[in-house]
Design a protein around this ligand. Sequence first.
Ligand SMILES: [Zn+2]
Length: 82
Amino acid sequence: MDEKLKPCPFCGGEATIREYANGHKGNGTFMASYKCGCEKCKIFFECTSEFVLEQGKPKFIQNGYDTATAKWNERSEGSGTR
Ligand SMILES: [Zn+2]
């Protein structure tokens, strides 16, 4: 599931992504928040997804999961620059 995540640039440990909050705005828009990063170093990117359901399938307005993993991987590639 987490195969897209690169290892932590600081400790080389495994990076994780987890959902820590979800809900909906009451107008048909659902939200889910993600934290992506290293548990050991306490470095995380937090991003929120927003989506609506169209015919039972989620349609993303904002894909927080992809944003968080992309940001993490960018940092990982640019290790040393913080
Ligand atoms: Zn780390």
